[in-house]
Design a protein around this ligand. Structure first.
Ligand code: F0G
Length: 354
């Protein structure tokens, strides 16, 4: 059967009326992939919710389809967001799909190349500010409060509504809620959305338990862990280079209510996990995504798990979003040889010897 898209599939759980345009790029319905080798190595039952397989390559599409549908329903002509890249790509795509125009504000020189390419090709008005994501979000809030432009960052509650469907899918795919849900934390909308989704599904009797929510910030941007905003956040995982998360309180609430935690991982841990999931599991996710599994590895080292627990790690974005980072991470360009069989064989022997 043809998957009808997120709004149609989950309309009973979403703020959809008879006037809501049922736009779709067939977002959602992403695979839950078991981590065969890492599960064995860590003595855990690990799955990846691979959100990089959404239409624009990140989980943002789930919330964006809902937010854009409501913007259109309400007669808005223009949407706007601040973004570290993925939100802008998604906003631009869904605006194009719905026949709206989009304006995106990004931190200059701090978004991955693929994301910038997306925003441009989908036709957004792209403005790079000489400031970081947090400043961009402040400005977007100010402008959308004064002008008839719909804000589509995750402080727009429709974004959270759409994104909560990922929790429904996890439960449906496993047949039960996992013991832990591991997730990167940036602006903290996604952890908020998953927790809402798990609670709703549990309330409807679709799962008999709730997962512990374990969220991971990048060390250089760990505002929630530190308990204070970070004025100049820095991390290799540019997607979560955020110093003052908008959904801070609800992220803390998700961690506390679920008896989980908000923790942090270093850039080194992120890059190590990033390489491991590609090389050991065949999954290419962007660096910020790898914070979820890097966090699980850290907690495993610290003896946090008993062994055998089922853990779902959310891989929030596709690795192809940020190709430069992959090439830098392995520090090896392909070797160039003459176009003969002998030269290629010699190169293979050399590489195998390495
Ligand atoms: N992973 C990726 C790949 C992201 O792009 C983001 C956020 C997150 C994790 C964190 O999610 O903000 O809900 O806690 N990206 C936003 C953006 C900020 O503008 O694309 P969060």
């Amino acid at each position: 059967m043809r998957y009808p898209g997120l709004l149609e599939t989950y309309k009973a759980y979403l703020p959809i009326t008879e006037h809501t345009p049922m736009i779709t790029l067939h977002e959602g319905n992403t695979p839950l992939i078991r981590a065969e080798r890492l599960s064995e190595e860590l003595n855990l039952n690990i799955y990846f919710k691979y959100e990089g397989l959404n239409p624009t390559g990140s989980f943002k599409d789930r919330g964006m389809v809902m937010a854009v549908a409501k913007a259109k329903e309400e007669g808005s002509r223009t949407i706007m967001c601040a973004s570290t890249g993925n939100t802008s790509a998604s906003a631009a795509a869904y605006a194009a799909r719905a026949g709206l125009s989009s304006i995106v504000l990004i931190p200059n020189n701090n978004i991955a190349l693929g994301k910038l390419a997306q925003a441009i090709i989908y036709g957004a008005k792209v403005i790079a500010i000489e400031g970081n994501f947090d400043r961009a979000l402040d400005i977007v809030r100010e402008i959308t409060a004064k002008h008839p432009i719909t804000l589509v960052n995750s402080i727009n509650p429709y974004r959270i509504e759409g994104q909560k469907t990922a929790a429904f899918e996890v439960v449906d795919q496993l047949g039960e809620a996992p013991d832990f849900l591991a997730i990167p934390v940036g602006n903290a909308g996604n952890i908020t959305a998953y927790w809402k989704g798990f609670k709703e599904y549990h309330g409807l009797g679709k799962a008999s338990k709730l997962p512990k929510m374990i969220g991971f910030e990048a060390e250089g941007a760990m505002a929630i862990v530190k308990g204070e905003p970070i004025p100049n956040p820095e991390t290799v995982a540019t997607a979560i280079r955020i110093g003052n998360p908008a959904s801070w309180k609800s992220a803390v609430q998700a961690a506390e209510e679920s008896k989980g935690q908000i923790n942090y991982v270093t850039d080194e841990e992120i890059l190590d996990a990033y390489k491991q999931i590609a090389a050991k599991e065949g999954i290419f996710a962007e660096p910020a995504s790898a914070a979820s599994i890097a966090g699980v590895m850290k907690l495993h080292r610290e003896g946090y798990f008993q062994g055998g627990e089922t853990i779902v790690c959310v891989l929030t974005g596709h690795g192809l979003k940020d190709p430069n980072n992959a090439i830098d991470a392995v520090k090896s360009d392909p070797i160039v040889v003459p176009d003969t069989e002998a030269a290629v064989m010699e190169a293979i022997r050399k590489l195998e010897g390495d």
